[in-house]
Write a protein that binds this ligand. Structure first.
Ligand code: S3P
Length: 174
């Protein structure tokens, strides 16, 4: 059964955490960012975890974090999920137990602008940013769409409008 939370999924730079902070401030939700959760628990950065343990290990930590969040039985959380978190099937199942899964979709140009100076995301390091985004989006966009209860094209929308879309969707389910 769903637990009444909002889970934001989407590519790096799609605005999950920024929108999550806004929901926390304006609608009294409690923001949990899975990356921050993992960093706090592991006491090391995402870059260090990737460099020393590899991506698969990190993916395992994401599943563990989701399980812990689901076990809390909390409501009114907004969960900002790391960009690769929805890729694992098991994570897809847990996401849906937790609440309404919202895919924040953004154009490559929008993502590129936001990620241009980023040094915190190991999967973007050392390659042409535009090509890398397109490559990963080719692998991921279908999965994001498939996991989502609701898809929001965020490029030209205010947070207020995005929130309205989510509420409309939730009301239509009741
Ligand atoms: C990743 C996205 C990052 C972080 C890690 C891997 C990905 O989270 O989990 O660098 O695979 O897309 P954000 O989407 O919050 O940047």
């Amino acid at each position: 059964m769903k637990k009444g939370n909002i889970i934001l999924i989407g590519f790096m730079g799609s605005g999950k955490t920024t929108f999550g902070r806004w929901l926390e401030k304006h609608h009294g939700m409690r923001l949990v960012d899975t990356d921050e959760y993992i960093v706090k628990k592991e006491q090391r950065t995402i870059n260090v975890i990737f460099a020393t343990e590899g991506e698969e290990y990190f993916r395992g930590l994401e599943t563990e974090a989701l399980r812990e969040l689901a076990d809390r039985n909390e409501k009114n959380m907004v969960i900002s999920a790391g960009g690769g978190l929805p890729l694992r099937d098991i994570n897809g199942i847990i996401l849906h137990e937790l609440g309404t899964v919202v895919y924040l979709r953004a154009k490559t140009e929008t993502l590129e602008k936001r990620l241009a100076h980023d040094k915190t995301r190991p999967l973007l390091a050392g390659s042409n940013l535009h090509d890398r985004i397109e490559e990963l989006m080719r692998q991921r966009s279908g999965i994001y769409e498939q996991r989502a209860d609701l898809i929001i094209d965020t490029d030209d929308l205010t947070f207020e409008k995005m929130y309205e879309r989510i509420k409309e969707y939730e009301n239509s389910c009741n």
